[in-house]
Design a protein around this ligand. Structure first.
Ligand code: ATP
Length: 205
């Protein structure tokens, strides 16, 4: 079984940027957000169940899931949120395990923005947190998504706290610096994970 490094961080912290750097070095990247979208793709059993439960309002005119409508429904109603999580989490988990089982390299990266929120850190061999201060998160998210400060702050407040993410970290990339510092951290961690993966395999002690 491949060694799994979970990569997490708050909105705009740089998860995608860092994951891309590892991917360029040949590390397979499993993206939890992508899996979450796949399990509710048009034609899926989960999408049918969502429509049976919430009605046709859950669909966009072209037949795909109206994710923002659904987000509003579960935001306002914890019971609906539980119903949806009970439906989707086992499917996402199963698909994730299938993808991890299909990895042929010694280790892989599992990008999970909601690692802490969904208590998934125990499912990984190692946890890497991409960390920046909240002001940097806000300004980078505003610039990237062209949203207001108020919108960026609202997203940040709804997420797990910086402290709770750091509490489950084995490794931390401080991503407030520029690309050169980021590159150095990635090189160091790349070598560390190669070694830890071999230790898990029993090839080295
Ligand atoms: P989200 O949670 O919203 O998906 P993310 O954690 O994947 O975000 P990125 O999209 O990788 O974050 O980065 C957010 C923005 O910050 C992007 O515009 C990216 O180009 C920029 N960025 C990432 N790392 C750095 C850095 N070290 N210095 C400056 N800008 C950076």
């Amino acid at each position: 079984m491949t060694y799994v490094v979970a990569l997490t961080g708050g909105i705009g912290s740089g998860k995608t940027t860092v994951a891309n750097r590892f991917s360029e070095r040949g590390v397979p990247v499993i993206d939890a957000d992508k899996i979450a979208r796949e399990v509710v793709a048009p034609g899926s059993a989960a999408l049918q169940q969502i429509v049976a439960h919430f009605g046709d309002q859950a669909l966009l005119p072209e037949g795909s899931l109206d994710r923002s409508w659904l987000r509003q429904q579960i935001f306002a109603d914890p019971q609906q949120k539980t119903w949806l999580n009970n439906l989707l989490h086992p499917l996402i988990q199963q698909r994730t395990q299938e993808m991890i089982a299909a990895v042929t390299t010694d280790w892989c990266l599992w990008v999970v923005p909601l690692l802490v929120e969904n208590n998934l850190h125990l499912k990984a061999d190692r946890v890497l947190v991409i960390d920046v201060d909240e002001e940097t998160q806000i300004s980078r998210t505003m610039a990237r998504d062209r949203i207001t400060r108020q919108q960026a702050e609202a997203i940040l407040i709804a997420q797990a706290s910086r402290q709770s993410r750091l509490a489950v970290a084995d490794d931390i990339i401080d991503n407030t610096g520029g690309p050169a510092e980021q590159e150095q951290d990635i090189n160091t961690l790349f070598r560390l994970y190669q070694r830890l993966a071999l230790v898990k395999k029993g090839s080295v002690s």
